[in-house]
Write a protein that binds this ligand. Structure first.
Ligand code: 26W
Length: 821
């Protein structure tokens, strides 16, 4: 039984079959006899698109007619993954498509496997943006996602000899059936040059930016299909091209080569996604990327606004712009520039509009992730914007800071948008907080830290601007589409409304003690583990038993996420098993999936260490398959869809106070995994929902972390204080895991000792291993475990991204739903 699409004429199997066959011929230029899977996939998408495009047109018509207020979600990243299965579910034709393909002799999974991931994001922030636009469409809110149409998304990861190798990702090399090019909405973007001050005949001073270059932005629209497909919004991604007029003169004058270099420089802007997660390199091209897509998007928003309005008095009533972290902050001075220099508004009016239009979401507290741009770079690329930032800063310091802290120059220096020093820097987060009418964190605990630790003085100035919106994930992708078996079980238990009202899963909690329900629930978990075990064997050549406990740690590699803490624990288990072959533990599999930023040396060393330890452990007959370690290469959305449903234990082990929220933690709990985690990010709220007895918490909390750091943390105390910890750290320096090459894994030990262990791995080690014993014991009581797993899955309705979106609407965006036709 599948939830029915109410508002679309969902196609029958036979209609869908006819549509596929028709598109094989008319869209793909082939036929049933000759088509390969790629053609079958494209024909299937074309058949789905007949429904999608109609709803897309209906939605934009309804929004135009009603002149409705809309949110514009500006993000440098949208980690969409694959769209086919999701779109089929959302327009309500998944069953018809599956059966139609089966009739035609094709398996829906094989066909959908043809689709490359749309990996236009790094990790949490990008995937959150994808879940949010899904929820916005599902809830029928007018919304546009704006981003960059990268030619290459996040690199493909290969593992060679245990090490990460980056390969280019080419997601649209052979065409993408979901995107529509819109040349009618191309925008021009100026760059570089200088600013001239001119005086008009009225004696008024004006600024004119004479750009040194111009590039154009070509929009590509991806339809965003809401569940049950009433609303289909768009994700508009900008591709950079050389401006038309640009190279012709050079070209005609015989400068063909020069004109080609102009062209390739222009195209470089949207060529590739920066693969850095949580660290900022200050590269000129990255600043240009940011400005390029903000400028295109603002022009697009203003063009649409001007269809119905002749002045800007209603602008902030019609448009709200959400900045996904500070990456699109340059949109603020860009809107000021347009309003003042191009539309002729005075400063105060322009500023009032900006302050009512922008809102900012902070996703991280890590100092190295807080964006700062060198003033000289700004001056070179965006000279007029730097002037505007100076003026925003001058007024902020002279009016607001002076009023609150009169005569306090130290405070002015401290809060200035411009950081003084050898290289003067623009602090983008400060520019956001000074401008935006709301600033939000992404989990309750994180939002408190944003107020107390990150922006305490700003919070003192404007307490009403700071709000929390806890993250969420879309249950359509992260349960309905990726775990059909569990979805069906819930359909039978609580009805079919849960993909829209995730709280309804709560109805299954009363069966948590029911033996039959437990049996079915655990049978589904086992089925998903078997599927994953097959995948592991296929990709890694490692055999794992689906009866072992699956411990899964999947997220970007970073010291604060502490993958190496899990590795130390694995080493400890291995050592215990070697010392005592009868050591009492159930069979365990540790599964990792993670990409490291290409320039992050220690992160890459940790990947290497995991693989080397895996080689040794997996091939050691002495431990009788009690322990297996797997590193799955090229972790991405599509692999995540296989991993979340198969996890027994969800590892969420960041140092308390560092993981803003986490969203993988929510996907695991929803699919019935138990969390082993610290009191960090959204783990805190997951614990509130599932109850203390259904989660395994370990380690220091945020206050203890701060206290230990303040008191002077010395990792050597823990090294000498715990013989097992000392032994496993010393082990890394031998050639036991890297025969003939001692020291290859030593950088990890060094970072934890000489390096000062900035994320307190050693301090939390003992608590972690101790709590893991409790997890192992609990797992071996399968009845008790089943009960806890069911309660987890049934209790996390709060983490539906629809709820997050309603919170944004309520606290920040103030939108009305618009129902097409
Ligand atoms: C400029 C370099 C850079 C790139 C990306 C700095 C920072 C980022 C992101 C803010 C990193 C990120 O993805 N943060 C994650 O955001 C998720 C969604 O809110 C949270 O769930 C994660 O805890 C947070 O790490």
């Amino acid at each position: 039984k599948k939830a029915k699409a109410t508002n679309t004429v969902a196609l029958s199997k036979d209609q869908f079959k006819d549509a596929i066959v028709k598109h094989l011929r008319s869209t793909c230029g082939t036929d049933e006899a000759r088509a390969n899977n790629q053609a079958w996939w494209k024909a299937t998408c074309a058949a789905v698109n007949e429904l999608v495009f109609e709803r897309l047109t209906e939605t934009s018509k309804a929004n135009a007619e009603k002149d409705s207020r809309a949110v514009h979600y500006l993000s440098l990243e949208f980690l969409m993954g694959r769209l086919t299965v999701n779109n089929m579910h959302n327009v309500g034709v998944f069953g018809a498509a599956r059966d139609a393909l089966a009739d035609l002799g094709k398996d829906v999974n094989d066909i959908c496997d043809e689709e490359p991931d749309m990996a236009l994001g790094n990790g949490g922030l990008g995937r959150l943006a994808a879940c949010f636009i899904d929820s916005l469409a599902t809830l029928n809110y007018p919304a546009v996602g704006y981003g960059i149409h990268y030619e290459h998304g996040l690199f493909r990861q290969e593992i060679q000899g245990g090490r990460q190798i980056e390969r280019p990702d080419s997601w649209r090399e052979y065409g993408n059936p979901w995107e529509i090019c819109r040349p009618e909405s191309i925008q021009e973007v100026p760059l570089y040059g200088y600013v001239e001050t001119v005086f008009g005949e009225d004696g008024k001073m004006r600024k004119v930016w004479h750009a040194g270059r111009q590039i154009k932005g070509v929009p590509w629209d991806i339809p965003v299909v809401g569940y049950e497909a009433k609303t289909v919004n768009v994700l508009r991604l900008w591709e950079s091209k050389a401006a038309d007029f640009f190279d012709w003169d050079v070209f005609n004058a015989g400068g063909y080569i020069d004109s080609q270099s102009e062209k390739s420089q222009a195209e470089a802007v949207s060529k590739v996604l920066y693969p850095n997660d949580e660290s900022e390199a200050g590269k000129e091209l990255r600043l240009i990327q940011q400005y390029f897509f903000c400028a295109c998007s603002l022009k697009d928003i203003i063009r649409r606004y001007k269809r119905n309005h002749s002045d800007f008095s209603q602008f902030s009533k019609q448009a709200v712009i959400q900045l996904n972290d500070t990456h699109p902050t340059v949109a603020i001075p860009e809107l000021m520039r347009i309003l003042i220099d191009e539309e002729g508004l005075v400063w105060d009016d322009a500023w009032a509009i900006c302050k009512e239009t922008f809102a900012y979401t902070n996703h991280t507290l890590l100092p190295e992730a807080l964006e700062k741009w060198a003033v000289y770079l700004f001056e070179k690329v965006l000279p007029r914007h730097l002037e505007i930032i100076y003026e925003i800063n001058r007024r902020f310091l002279e009016d607001e800071v002076e009023a609150k802290w009169p005569g306090n120059d130290e405070m002015k220096r401290h809060l200035s948008i411009i950081e003084e020093g050898e290289t003067r820097m623009v602090r983008m987060a400060f520019l956001c907080v000074v401008t935006c009418f709301k600033t939000n964190g992404v989990a309750a605990m994180h939002s408190e830290l944003v107020k107390e630790d990150l922006f305490p003085e700003f919070y003192e100035l404007w307490p009403e601007r700071f709000v929390n919106v806890t993250n969420g994930v879309t249950p359509r992708r992260w349960l309905l589409a990726c775990n059909e078996q569990l979805a069906n079980m819930y359909n039978e238990t609580v009805g079919t409304d849960w993909p829209l009202k995730l709280d309804e899963l709560k109805g299954a909690a009363k069966f948590a003690d029911d033996a039959k329900f437990q049996k079915n629930f655990m049978a589904i978990k086992r089925e998903k583990k078997v599927e994953l075990a097959d995948k592991i064997e296929e990709l890694c050549g490692i055999k794992v038993s689906p009866d072992a406990m699956f411990n899964v740690l999947i997220k970007r590699l970073h010291e604060y996420k502490r993958q190496h803490l899990a590795l130390l624990h694995i080493l400890a288990l291995y050592r215990r098993l070697l010392e005592n072959p009868d050591y009492d533990m159930g069979p365990q599999v540790f599964i990792f999936g993670s990409k490291a930023a290409p320039g992050y040396k220690l992160a890459k060393d940790i990947i290497y260490a995991i693989n080397k330890v895996a080689d040794k452990v997996n091939n050691d007959p002495r431990i009788k398959d009690k322990l297996k370690v797997v590193f799955m290469p090229n972790y991405r959305v599509t692999l995540a869809e296989k991993l979340f449903p198969a996890g027994d234990v969800s590892l969420q082990i960041s140092t308390a106070g560092y993981e803003a929220s986490g969203t993988g933690n929510m996907k695991f709990a929803l699919n019935g995994a138990l969390t082993l985690g610290t009191m960090d990010g959204a783990n805190v709220e997951i614990r509130e929902e599932v109850g203390d007895e259904n989660i395994f918490i370990f380690g220091m909390d945020c206050d203890e972390v701060k206290a230990l750091k303040a008191a002077g943390y010395n990792p050597w105390d823990y090294y000498y204080g715990n013989p097992e910890l000392k032994a496993v750290l010393d082990w890394l320096e031998t050639d036991f895991f890297t025969p003939g090459a001692p020291g290859e894994l030593a950088s990890i030990k060094h970072s934890l000792l000489e390096g000062g262990d900035p994320y307190l791995v050693l301090a939390d080690f003992e608590s972690f291993t101790t709590q893991y014993t409790a997890v192992d014991v609990a797992y071996r009581d399968q009845k008790k475990w089943a009960k806890m797993a069911i309660i987890n899955s049934a209790s996390v309705g709060k983490f539906n991204s629809d709820r997050s979106i309603e919170d944004y609407v309520d606290r920040i965006w103030k939108l009305e739903k618009v129902m097409p036709n």
